[in-house]
Design a protein around this ligand. Structure first.
Ligand code: CP
Length: 307
């Protein structure tokens, strides 16, 4: 198969396992490209891509921009904080004005769940969801899957635990869909208040004891506590959260096997993960970031249909 089954990338839920494997295999080729002395290919010449960020981002924004430039696309960047959104312009009006400048694809991060789906129904361009509220972050899950595959050789049958603030995490939901479609076993682990009640219905294990979860897994994906999305207190204090769910070197070294440690970033050093774990040889955090460029190149290339 050489084409995706979808026109847009709105979430992992809508992708087939074949779509995901096609993206990961294509990303393999692009990883080779970005490690060459000349890192650029002409694949998306004459394609114009708008990156619309209505919410803060470091990794995703820069990674998409670099992926687009490596593919020779023309790129325009929009940040809501310095735009006419501040004067009351709606999302649809903003995007239609940008599309009037002959834009082919839109990469959008938005604080509202469903914003990417909404846009795909109202504008005539290919939409890539770069994170919509606590809903999905599909390219993060794809780069996480690529990184696990690269490290372990396969995802099928592997055990991955996602630790922490599952309730507010688009990374958790996209990872659950992606890893399960690729045949992994998934557990979520955290305080009861940060694990949504519906999550077991997705077929994941639920745990509340970090040591037990780490002994079970091959890979631990440590999530950031998203204080900016929490309107009420979900645990007594950050100190208590760290004592129960923070990963430190002593705990990591005491496990019966060597596990891989991941984090989507940004890290709260000393909260969900200590610096000596984040910077250890068991951490693949910066490899995740490196792989993000290749994975996003693959997504953009496949959606553009230049196969
Ligand atoms: N992982 C991630 O989405 O990071 P940013 O918010 O910096 O893009």
């Amino acid at each position: 198969m050489s084409n995706l089954s979808t026109k847009h990338l709105l979430g992992i839920k809508e992708l087939t396992a074949a779509d995901i494997n096609l993206i990961l295999n294509t990303a393999d080729s692009f990883k080779e490209v970005i490690n060459r002395p000349i890192k650029k290919v002409p694949s998306l010449r004459d394609i114009t891509i708008a990156n619309l960020f209505f919410e803060n981002s470091t990794r995703t924004k820069l990674s998409f921009e670099l992926a687009e430039k490596r593919l020779s696309a023309d790129v325009i960047n929009f940040s809501s904080s310095s735009s006419s959104v501040k004067k009351g312009e709606t999302l649809i009006d903003t995007v239609n004005n940008i599309l009037a400048m002959k834009v082919d694809m839109v990469v959008m991060r938005h604080p509202n769940p469903g914003a990417a789906v909404f846009l795909s129904k109202h504008v005539d361009a290919k939409i890539v969801n770069a994170g919509d509220g606590a809903h999905e972050h599909p390219t993060q899950a794809l780069l996480d899957a690529f990184s696990i595959n690269e490290k372990l050789g396969n995802i099928k049958g592997k055990k991955i635990v996602i630790v922490g603030d599952i309730l507010h995490s688009r990374v958790a939901l996209s990872n659950i869909f992606c890893l399960q479609k690729l045949g992994a076993e998934v557990m979520v682990c955290g305080p009861t208040t940060l694990i949504p009640k519906y999550i077991a219905s997705l077929g994941v294990k639920v745990g509340h004891n970090l040591r037990e979860a780490l002994e079970w897994c091959d890979v631990a994906n440590m999530l950031r506590i998203q204080l900016e999305r929490q309107e009420i207190k979900y645990f007594p204090s950050l100190r208590e959260y760290t004592m129960l769910y923070g990963l430190n070197k002593e705990l990591l070294n005491s496990l019966s096997k060597k596990i891989i440690v991941m984090h989507p970033g940004p890290i709260n050093r000393g909260v969900e993960i200590t610096s000596d774990v984040a910077d250890s040889d068991q951490s693949i955090i910066l490899e995740q970031v490196e792989n993000g460029v290749a994975v996003r190149m693959a997504v953009l290339f496949l959606l553009a249909g230049r196969v």
